[in-house]
Design a binder for this molecule. Structure first.
Ligand code: G3I
Length: 300
């Protein structure tokens, strides 16, 4: 196949991009989006600060624009994200304890209900584990409401949109390390106790290389009975094309790796300027990294 989306579809997978509502009027951007991708993730428009800027008052205008653009063209949508320590509205940052907990549950319920039936998979909880070797939860206002906040979030999302797949999403979890193992243990626990979880997302913000045990890490999660997704891929550095090819082959080698999302379209769309870590240059031309991904998708 000659596009990322079509080549991934031939392998039973999707190929997606993070999309910003403000760029849907950019012709070059939209031309690439519509031609190459069959899944989208709103980059910021579904986050708590965007969707509930004041308590109980919801604004879905920008998120709806992205969802409508995608669904009218047959693209699926990854919802990002219902519960996260970052990009919270000021009113939520000022809450704690049971009032924050009930605000979180209400937020999840309202947002997942608004998009009910339209979302392929929700990043229900994002980035809840600490970096480094501790294997601990990240300290945050949500964590301080009680260690059960993650399972409460997943149950609320399942109740509001039973058809959406529910995903736990994090970064620096790309190899087998203390952080990914802590998440692995959480998935084991959730499976044992019947807490709903369908997916684990591996953001895969990489520089120069991918961990040697990347594929083995995806596979150990798949072996628990969850699907895995590469959710925010971008690769900086000189080995970019080769590493993009390697990551793509790893996903294809894991039967339960259902798709890849890159965190933007052109290098100039990336939120941190100057990294040149995406598949298209600023003018919208295909980079060697693009060809490496397409060739990997088409191989075999
Ligand atoms: O909305 C305001 C706007 O009103 C204001 O005028 C402007 C001025 O700076 O800022 C706008 O907010 C920015 C927002 O993006 C929307 O454009 C924030 O400053 C900026 O910090 C924010 O950055 C986002 C970042 O998450 C913040 O956490 C990036 O676009 C987004 O790509 C990035 O995405 C995260 C994923 O959600 C989770 N995983 C990591 C990933 C980044 O690698």
């Amino acid at each position: 196949a000659t596009t990322l989306g079509a080549a991934a579809a031939e392998k039973g997978r999707y190929f997606g991009a993070a999309v910003a509502a403000g760029k849907l009027s950019d012709n070059t951007y939209v031309t690439i989006l519509n031609r190459e991708f069959n899944s989208v993730t709103p980059e910021n428009e579904m986050k708590w600060d965007a969707t509930e800027p004041s308590r109980g008052s919801f604004n879905f205008a920008n998120a709806d624009r992205i969802v409508n653009h995608a669904r009218s063209r047959g693209m699926s949508v990854r919802g990002h994200t219902l519960a996260w320590h970052s990009q919270q509205p000021g009113w939520a940052q000022a809450l704690s304890g049971s009032s924050l907990r009930s605000a979180m549950v209400n937020h999840i319920t309202q947002v997942a209900t608004h998009f009910r039936g339209q979302i392929h998979s929700w990043d229900v909880v994002n980035e809840a584990f600490a970096d480094g070797g501790s294997g601990a939860r990240r300290d945050s206002n949500l964590q301080r409401t009680g260690n059960d906040w993650i399972e409460v979030a997943f149950r609320a999302a399942r109740a509001a949109d039973p058809g959406a797949k529910l995903c736990y999403n994090d970064y620096n979890t790309d190899g087998i390390n203390a952080k990914s193992t802590a998440i692995y243990n959480m998935v084991v626990d959730f499976k044992n106790r019947g807490v709903p979880i369908d997916y684990v997302g591996f953001q895969s913000h990489l520089t120069n290389s991918v961990p040697a045990d990347y594929q083995a890490n995806l596979q150990r999660f798949a072996n628990l009975g969850v699907d895995v997704q590469i959710t925010e891929l971008d690769i900086a550095g000189a080995n970019q094309a080769a590493v993009y090819g390697s990551v793509t082959r790893s996903c294809l080698a894991v039967a339960r790796c259902t798709g890849i999302t890159v965190w933007g379209i052109r290098d100039t769309d990336y939120w941190r300027v100057g990294q040149n870590s995406l598949l298209f240059d600023g003018a919208g031309n295909k980079k060697p990294a693009y060809t490496a991904v397409l060739d990997a998708l088409n191989a075999g």
